[in-house]
Design a binder for this molecule. Structure first.
Ligand SMILES: [Zn+2]
Length: 409
């Protein structure tokens, strides 16, 4: 199980208790045959926190050549405060580079924020693959439901079987960075490394090269958009947030609160007022987030046509490879355009949805492939065991753990 109780008591009187994902799966498990294990970044730093993808490798130098740097927007590289929150460098509510984190509404036309068609629900799960996610994958397979999954590179390294299973099940796989970084706080080369290392490990495990990504915590500005677009990735955001990842933290969402949101979102009033469909933010992070999804998906399906985001925006080629992803029609039928069988290695982002993108998600967000045959063999999740970690430390360590917490959301 992934979820662990972490209790930190600082000697200066601060006490922070939160449930976090502290992974105990083996690093690059030896029950998976890695072709390139030696060229992937280290997963953890010396403190045990997730390690940023390195920038001093020949691979990253090659990837840097994929970007036309003369056009990159000169946005400030943001900083985080001691609580891990973004510091807004612009005065008077200015948002010159359209950082979604600063106002929760600013998007650009290419950002996918909702499903264009009313009555359609784009189902997404972030932060996988995880041990907890296996039950979600079992459930989705049992009801033949596909979803968009946003994968963290270093989690793919630890749970390759789970990732392969999700790909084989036909979910829409996209990038969620190598180590879950707040992208606007990274340098240009760090952004390239975080995105491309994740692309590389998904390609090795699943055989596909994603053309979509989701920025961790929804943090994206024009500089990140430009670099991602140059690398061939289109951002997928969301317009409804379950806040499921906050469960277990002080003030975090409860099951009753998350269920109440689904009651509102599936109400007659909501459907009557809708001018477009929705994309929700959910996670495969913990047993709570998975159980809430399993509980609420049947309720959603009574009133929405639930599908992965690729399908809801009519994207038949969410990967660079020549694989046609099914477009699910509002009546639930699956349509594969006859002329949609020859996508090649184009890095041109797909056409954005035609309706206005309306981002109404909270600015305080902190935080699917016709792929070859379905996996029939039983697969095993990465070994892990519950473990309670009690750390007593000074403020510096608390700050470090807060950073670790931020890394896990
Ligand atoms: Zn995330």
């Amino acid at each position: 199980m992934l979820s662990k109780l972490l209790s930190i008591t600082a000697v200066i009187g601060l006490t922070v208790t939160a449930t976090i994902a502290q992974d105990t799966a083996p690093y690059f498990p030896n029950n998976w045959t890695w072709k390139n294990a030696s060229i992937y970044p280290p997963l953890f730093d010396s403190t045990g926190a997730w390690a940023k993808a390195p920038t001093n490798t020949s691979l990253v130098q090659e990837w840097m050549k994929l970007v036309n740097w003369t056009g990159v927007p000169n946005a400030t590289i943001n900083k985080l405060d001691a609580n891990g929150n973004l510091i807004d460098p612009y005065a008077n509510a200015a948002n010159p580079y359209c950082d979604w984190s600063f106002d929760g509404v600013c998007t650009r036309p290419a950002d996918v924020v909702n499903c264009p068609q009313k009555g359609v629900w784009g189902l997404t799960f972030d932060d996988g693959p995880t041990a907890a996610g296996a039950a979600l994958y079992d459930y989705l397979a049992s009801i033949k439901q596909k979803a968009s999954l946003f994968y963290i590179g270093l989690m793919v390294a630890q749970y390759p079987q789970n990732a392969k299973r999700a790909c084989d099940d036909g979910h829409h796989i996209s990038i969620h960075t190598w180590s879950h970084q707040v992208l606007t706080t990274l340098t240009n080369i760090e952004i390239v490394a975080e995105l491309k290392y994740t692309e590389m490990i998904i390609k090795e495990v699943c055989g596909v090269t994603p053309r979509y990504f989701r920025p961790p915590t929804g943090d994206i500005d024009d500089r990140v958009r430009y670099i991602a677009a140059q690398l061939g990735y289109t951002p997928i955001m969301w317009d409804l947030d379950t806040n499921d990842w906050t469960n277990g933290a002080p003030g975090g969402v409860t099951a009753a609160q998350e269920d109440a949101n689904f009651t509102i979102w599936t109400s007659a009033a909501q459907l009557a007022n809708d001018t477009h469909g929705h994309i929700t933010l959910q996670h495969e992070l913990t047993n709570f987030t998975v159980n809430e999804a399993i509980k609420n998906i049947p309720i959603l399906k009574k009133v929405y046509n639930v599908m992965p985001v690729a399908s809801c925006i009519g994207e038949t080629h969410p990967y660079l490879e020549n694989i046609v992803y099914p477009v699910i029609q509002p009546n639930g039928s699956v349509a594969v355009p006859a002329n949609a069988t020859n996508s090649t290695t184009s890095s041109i982002p797909p056409v954005a949805p035609t309706t206005a993108n309306v981002g109404s998600a909270s600015a305080a967000v902190v935080a699917e492939s016709i792929v070859p045959s379905a996996s029939s063999a039983a697969y095993s999740v990465g070994s892990s065991a519950d473990r309670s970690v009690v750390v007593s430390a000074a403020l510096g360590v608390v700050v470090g753990v807060i950073a670790l917490l931020a890394n896990t959301l």
